[in-house]
Design a protein around this ligand. Structure first.
Ligand code: NAD
Length: 484
């Protein structure tokens, strides 16, 4: 069992509270993984102050030099795949295969952003006047607070930290309570890279205790948050009118639309990957499957057969296809939603219960669940369940399917399965999301494209791609006349 410390000013330190919180394996709640600092607002304030002190020197370090230091980070980080994968599986619950995929995604995104360090300083433009040059400078914002969720403890932290640092900001990261180990391992690699003290800081703690400090402290000039819509929009309200740039990546209720001409086996596979990968706890998970009436029954029968074959268990067992959900709160919320679905008249096609027998007795296991005959106004069709629960809705035709897909307050990811290019183009144009797919699962992504949602799924610049560094900079237009 490890004791994890905060990382502030280049040193591993204890919280002034003297209190620690315990973290347990999601597949076996008797197994204590680590204890972390139960930080106080004063701890958070100290980290922000140290980050502010480190900002002038770091922001004046040439961008390629900052990128070279982060290249050292990549070298160290890149050798630790299995260590990270095992830590993620224990504290989050996802399978080892899923944890390795998360590691690779984090590495590729970080590598892309480090590469940006040699090419994103600004732009030059022609001037209307002789002897005048015009250029655009991109400048860092200052101290950035980065708040991350438990569902992608590594990928989301890297997606924020690396572009923030490359752009010349200094950072304080607050990881989710449930997944502290991954954050500690990440900061070990940053430390090994030789980043100057104070440039990247890590503070463990509860959002309810240190949240206000890390969000509203006057030193904070950028706030990048990934988590629930409720907490994210609350943060946006607290920052209204302040000089803090905000980036929010929030919840989703992502539709997968299957048309009658689709390759049904591929569409079923996408529903299973998107619906039950990481036990349905991706922000881009498929939670609604909208199926054209003509193939509805055939699709549903194939989906149920596919779900039956999912082996649920401890994710560290390589044979397991779906791990536990992450923690008691998730477990209870998901089971409550399943009860709501039964009560509001949806047809339980498979699953719908906790798994508590034998080896599953000590973990937070829920059977992969499919509801059919779901009406669009039902709670289970509208709320983000964030668990292994897929709801299937029947659409009359393509137009009805697009209408149903957009009938949500969320706008993160969507997908359409079809062979009809014209319908695909219309779907791309009309789908109200930040990530749109055709014949690919709703969760598919690559590092060179932006990642973020619209409507109640996001605010501000998206993350990753060119927007990764864009968010963490401000623009300055510069006009220089060569003769005074
Ligand atoms: P959450 O909102 O409960 O917590 C997210 C983070 O915010 C945690 O670190 C938490 O400690 C912190 N926090 C909580 N209250 C706070 C406060 N008052 N002030 C400041 N920080 C506070 O979300 P979660 O349960 O950890 O994550 C699941 C949610 O995240 C889902 O809704 C999911 O869709 C969303 N998510 C979105 C994306 C995306 O890119 N859109 C990616 C991953 C997860």
């Amino acid at each position: 069992m490890r004791i994890l410390q905060n990382y502030v000013g280049g040193k591993w330190t204890d919280s002034a509270s003297g209190r620690r919180r315990q973290s347990f394996n999601q597949a076996n709640r008797d197994e204590l993984i680590c204890e972390t600092q139960d930080s106080t607002p004063a701890d958070a304030e100290a980290a922000l102050r140290i980050a502010a002190e480190a900002f002038p020197a770091w922001s004046h370090t040439p961008m390629p030099r900052r990128a070279a230091l982060l290249q050292e980070f990549l070298k160290h980080f890149g050798t630790r795949e299995e260590e990270f994968a095992r830590a993620i599986t224990r504290e989050n619950g996802k399978t080892l295969r899923e944890s390795r995929t998360e590691f690779l995604a984090a590495f590729k995104e970080a590598e892309f952003q480090v590469g940006q360090g040699r090419r994103t300083a600004g732009a030059s433009r022609p001037s209307e006047l002789p002897g005048v040059t015009c250029h655009l400078r991109r400048e860092p914002l200052g101290v950035a607070t980065l708040i991350t969720p438990w569902n992608f403890p590594l990928n989301v932290a890297c997606r924020k930290l690396i572009p923030a640092l490359i752009a010349g900001n200094t950072c304080v990261l607050k990881p989710a309570d449930l997944t502290p180990m991954t954050a500690a391992l990440l900061f070990e690699s940053l430390h090994a890279a030789g980043l100057p003290p104070g440039v990247a800081n890590l503070v463990f703690g509860r959002g309810s205790v240190i949240g206000d400090t890390i969000v509203t402290h006057p030193a904070v000039k950028a706030l990048s948050f990934t988590g629930s819509t409720e907490v994210g929009l609350g943060i946006a309200q607290k920052l209204a009118g302040r000089d803090t740039k905000i980036q929010l990546e929030l919840g989703g209720k992502n539709p997968l639309v299957v048309l009658a001409d689709a390759d049904l086996d591929k569409a079923v596979e996408a529903a299973i990957i998107g619906g039950f990968g990481c036990s349905g706890q991706w922000c881009t998970s498929t939670s609604r499957v909208i199926v054209e009436a003509g193939i509805h029954d055939t699709f549903l029968a194939k989906l149920i057969a596919g779900v039956k074959a999912i082996v649920v268990g401890d994710g560290s067992d390589e044979a397991v296809k779906m791990g536990p959900v992450c923690g008691s709160q998730q477990y209870e919320t998901i089971l409550k939603f399943i009860e709501v679905g039964k009560q509001e008249g949806a047809r339980l096609a498979i699953g719908g219960n906790a798994l508590t027998e034998d080896r599953n007795a000590q973990g937070w296991f829920i059977a992969p669940t499919v509801f059919a005959d779901v009406a669009p106004e039902m709670v289970i069709a509208r709320e983000e369940i964030f668990g292994p629960v897929v709801v299937v809705l029947k659409a009359r035709d393509f137009d009805d399917a697009v209408r149903l897909a957009n009938d949500t307050r969320y706008g993160l990811a969507s997908s359409l399965y079809t062979r009809d290019l014209a319908k695909a183009q219309r779907f791309i144009a009309e789908s109200g999301v930040g990530l749109c797919h055709v014949n690919l699962p709703t969760a598919y992504k690559e590092p060179q494209l932006e990642f973020g949602g619209v409507k109640e799924s996001g605010r501000g610049n998206p993350e990753a791609g060119d927007s990764g560094i864009e968010f963490f900079t401000r623009h300055k237009a510069v006009y220089v006349k060569d003769q005074p």
